[in-house]
Design a protein around this ligand. Structure first.
Ligand code: SF4
Length: 447
C-alpha cells in the first residue's frame, strides 16, 4: 500500500481517491452463477445437518443449497428469508467460520467447508436484484405494535408482525434506519448502500411505519407506547460506550471506535476523512478489528490492536484476526492501557503487560509505550437510557422465553436484552421469535 503524502498527526487525504475506492471494495465479491453451482455441488445435503443446527436462525441450509444446485435461486432465497428476513446482510457479516461453516462436514473431513455464507448471498442477492418481495401480508388484525430500534432485532420483529397482519410503528433514534447494519460495521462488508436497500426491500411487506429521529425517553416514553399500542418490542441496542478510566480520555485524538466506524460509513468522501498516522485500537472484539482494518485502509502507517488478555480470548473470530494481520495491523496481547501521553494532543499510549494469575487478570508492572496520534476505544458497549421499571440483568434488559421482559406487554431482543451472543444473526432470531410470541399473545393462542 503506497502512502502519500506522509503527514504527522490526524490528517485527511492520506491516500488518493482511487486507492481508497480500491481499498473499500466488497470484502467477498459475489459468486458468479457457475461458481455458485460448483460451490453448491460440494454440499452432501446432510440429514440432521450440523450447519443448520449451528445457525442461530435455523435456516434450512441443505435445502437452500439444493435449490441453488437445481438452478432455482429465488426458491433458495425464500427458504432463507422464511427464517431470516435479513439473510442478505447476514450473508455478508455473519462469522460463518464459527457458526455453520465451522461444523460443516466438509470442514471437519477436509478442512474446507461448503461456502454457505457466499451461497446465501448469491441466492438473496438474486431475489433482491429482481426487486421481488417473497411474502404477502395477512389480513389486518387491527392490532398495533410499537418497536423501538430499527436495527436487526427491531426490523426482524417488525417484519414478522407485519406479515401476520399487525400494524407496526418503528421508532429509531438515528437519522437512518438499520442500526448496526447502517452505522456499526466496516464499510467493506456492506458496500453500495446495501443496508439501506435491504430496509427498503423489507418494508415492502407493508404495514410498517418508520419514525427516525425518535428517541426513547426524549420524544416518546415506554409509558406512552404501552398505553398507545397493544404490545411493545424494545430492540434499541447498546448506545453507551465504556470509558478507559484514564486521565486524558478526552484528549484530542482519543475517540470511540463506534463513532469512527459510523462516521466512516456515512462519509461521502473517504479522502476527506481524517485518520492518524499511528493508530492504536484498544479492545479485542469485532469493533476493534473493524476500526483497526479501516484505519489501515484509510492510510494509517501503523495500526496496533491492543488487547488485555491472550489472543485466544479475543472476541473477534480467528478469521477477523487474520484479516487484520493480513491488512498490516499488529495485534499486541496481554497489555492493558495505563496512560495516555501527550501535551493536549495524543502522542503515545502506555500499556502495562498483564498475566493471568489464578484466573485473575493482573498487571506485571512492566510497561511498553506505543507512539500514537490517534487512539480508538473499543472496550464494549453498554445499555443506555433503559426505561425505568424494567428489570435489568447483567447490565441488560432481563428477558425470559421469547424476549418477555418483567413488564407485561413489553418484549425485548437483540443486544439490549439479556442472553444470546451480540451478533446480527442472533438479534434477527430474537426479534423474529419475540414477534411470534407477541402474535400468539395478541391473538390469544399463546401457550
Ligand atoms: Fe452441506 Fe456442509 Fe451443511 Fe452438510 S454440513 S448440509 S455438507 S453445508
Amino acid at each position: 500500500m503506497s502512502i502519500s503524502p506522509r503527514k504527522d498527526g490526524i490528517a485527511a487525504g492520506r491516500l488518493a481517491a482511487d486507492q481508497l475506492a480500491q481499498n473499500f471494495t466488497d470484502l467477498h465479491p459475489p459468486l458468479e452463477p457457475h461458481e455458485a453451482h460448483v460451490a453448491a455441488d460440494r454440499c452432501y445435503f446432510c440429514h440432521d445437518a450440523p450447519c443448520m443446527e449451528a445457525c442461530p436462525t435455523s435456516i434450512d441450509i441443505p435445502l437452500f443449497i439444493r435449490q441453488i444446485a437445481t438452478d432455482t435461486p429465488e426458491a433458495a432465497a425464500k427458504t432463507i428469508f422464511e427464517q431470516n428476513i435479513l439473510g442478505g446482510m447476514c450473508a455478508r457479516v455473519c462469522p460463518t467460520e464459527t457458526l455453520c461453516e465451522e461444523v460443516c462436514v466438509r470442514e471437519v473431513a477436509e478442512g474446507k467447508p461448503v461456502e454457505i455464507g457466499r451461497l446465501q448471498r448469491y441466492a438473496t442477492d438474486r431475489m433482491m436484484a429482481k426487486d421481488v418481495h417473497p411474502f404477502d401480508r395477512a389480513a389486518p388484525t387491527g392490532k398495533r405494535v410499537a418497536v423501538v430500534g430499527a436495527g436487526p432485532a427491531g426490523l426482524a420483529c417488525a417484519h414478522r408482525l407485519a406479515m401476520k397482519g399487525h400494524d407496526v410503528v418503528i421508532h429509531d433514534a438515528r437519522a437512518k434506519p438499520g442500526g448496526l447494519n447502517e452505522y456499526g460495521i466496516a464499510s467493506y462488508k456492506s458496500t453500495d448502500s446495501f443496508a439501506q436497500a435491504e430496509v427498503d426491500w423489507l418494508m415492502r411487506i407493508g404495514g410498517i411505519t418508520m419514525k427516525t429521529g425518535s428517541v426513547l425517553g426524549r420524544d416518546v416514553t415506554l409509558e406512552d407506547l404501552s398505553a398507545g399500542y397493544d404490545a411493545v418490542f424494545l430492540g434499541m441496542g447498546l448506545a453507551g460506550v465504556n470509558a478507559l478510566g484514564l486521565d486524558g480520555d478526552g484528549r484530542e485524538g482519543v475517540a470511540d471506535a463506534v463513532d469512527f466506524i459510523a462516521e466512516l460509513r456515512q462519509a461521502e468522501d473517504l479522502a476527506a476523512l481524517p485518520i492518524g498516522r499511528d493508530v492504536v485500537v484498544i479492545g479485542g472484539g469485532m469493533t476493534a478489528v473493524d476500526a483497526a482494518v479501516q484505519s489501515r485502509l484509510l492510510g494509517a502507517q501503523s495500526v496496533t490492536i491492543a488487547y488485555r488478555r491472550g489472543q485466544d480470548r479475543m472476541a473477534a473470530s480467528v478469521y477477523e484476526q487474520e484479516l487484520a494481520t493480513a491488512k498490516g495491523v499488529r495485534i499486541l496481547t496481554n497489555v492493558q492501557p495505563k496512560a495516555l501521553h501527550g501535551n493536549g494532543r495524543l502522542e503515545a499510549v502506555e500499556f502495562e503487560y498483564t498475566e493471568d494469575r489464578d484466573g485473575k487478570l493482573t498487571g506485571t508492572g512492566e510497561t511498553v509505550v506505543i507512539a500514537a496520534d490517534q487512539c480508538f476505544r473499543a472496550i464494549g458497549q453498554t445499555l443506555s437510557g433503559a426505561p425505568e421499571g424494567l428489570e435489568i440483568a447483567g447490565g441488560k434488559i432481563a428477558v425470559t422465553g421469547a424476549g418477555r421482559t418483567s413488564v407485561q406487554g413489553v418484549w425485548a431482543g437483540g443486544d439490549c436484552a439479556s442472553g444470546g451472543d451480540d451478533l446480527t444473526v442472533t438479534a434477527v432470531a430474537e426479534g423474529r421469535d419475540a414477534a411470534e410470541d407477541i402474535h400468539a399473545t395478541l391473538t390469544g393462542t399463546a401457550g
